[in-house]
Structures are given as structure tokens and as C-alpha cells.
Write a protein that binds this ligand. Structure first.
Ligand SMILES: [Zn+2]
Ligand SMILES: [Zn+2]
Length: 146
């Protein structure tokens, strides 16, 4: 559970109605929303919310380390509240569903010294791609009828 609201409350984050709605939209499991998606969902809950407030709040949550920016999942950057547990992403090429996954072993160790080019390597981001069960089943039906 990401518990974003709970974490923000604990650290005494200033919670106005508008800022609260942004945090609510992002709270939950396997949440990876673009800024536009956050804006659309926040507007559905609180029609008077401004685009500037949504974007500023996103920026603030990222700089606090409570939300991470994810790239490589789609064309636009995604906002992910699962900021405190290292994880990678599994993405469906059909519908775009994104799952947080936890590969086994030390991924940093997986890069041999010869492949490091003298870098001090501090992080790794992996995107696994494939088809979710729903899209996989549709593909199977289509290829059967061809
Ligand atoms: Zn899918
Ligand atoms: Zn994630």
C-alpha cells in the first residue's frame, strides 16, 4: 500500500482542499498517472481546481520524495506514489496497464565492471514489456480466427 495521504499527514504537509485532491488521486496501488490524467481526475472531484495548483502540487510531492517520476512507461512522464520501496515496472503493450514488480537479486550487481565504463553506478530502472492476461487472451482469439 502506498499510503500517500497517511505519509503526508504524518509529515505535516499543508493540506488544502485542492492539494488534498491531488494526493487522493495519486494514492493507491500500481498508480502511474500522467500529469494530464491527474488533472482530469482531480477536476472530476473538485471542478474548481486549477491546472497550476495540480502541476505545482505534483512538483512539490516529487521534491519531497513522496512521489517519483517514471519515464519509459509511455510517452509522457508518470507520477508514482510508491516512492519508498525500490521497484521496476511491467507494462502491457496492448492496454498500457502498469504493474509495480520486484525482481529478485541485486540488479546493480548484474552490470559487470567491464560494462560500467568507470562509472559509479547508483541506480537502475528496468521496464519489462509484454501483454497482460486480458490482452494476451484477445491476441490468442485473434490469431485463432485468422
Ligand atoms: Zn493489456
Ligand atoms: Zn511504480
Amino acid at each position: 500500500m502506498s499510503n500517500l495521504l497517511e505519509r503526508l499527514r504524518r509529515r505535516g504537509w499543508r493540506m488544502t482542499a485542492q492539494r488534498r485532491v491531488v494526493a487522493e488521486v495519486l494514492d493507491g496501488e500500481h498508480i502511474h498517472l500522467t500529469a494530464d490524467e491527474v488533472l482530469a481526475r482531480a477536476t472530476a472531484r473538485l471542478p474548481e481546481i486549477s491546472r497550476a495548483t495540480v502541476y505545482n502540487t505534483l512538483g512539490e510531492l516529487v521534491s519531497l520524495g513522496e512521489v517519483i517520476e517514471v519515464s519509459g512507461v509511455g510517452r509522457a512522464k508518470r507520477y508514482d506514489p510508491n516512492a519508498h520501496r525500490d521497484h521496476q515496472h511491467l507494462v502491457c503493450a496492448g492496454c498500457g496497464t502498469v504493474r509495480d514488480v520486484h525482481p529478485e537479486g541485486d540488479l546493480l550487481e548484474g552490470l559487470p565492471a567491464a560494462e560500467r565504463f568507470g562509472f559509479t553506478v547508483t541506480g537502475v530502472e528496468i521496464t519489462y514489456r509484454g501483454l497482460c492476461p486480458v490482452c494476451g487472451a484477445e491476441e490468442a482469439v485473434e490469431s485463432a480466427t485468422e
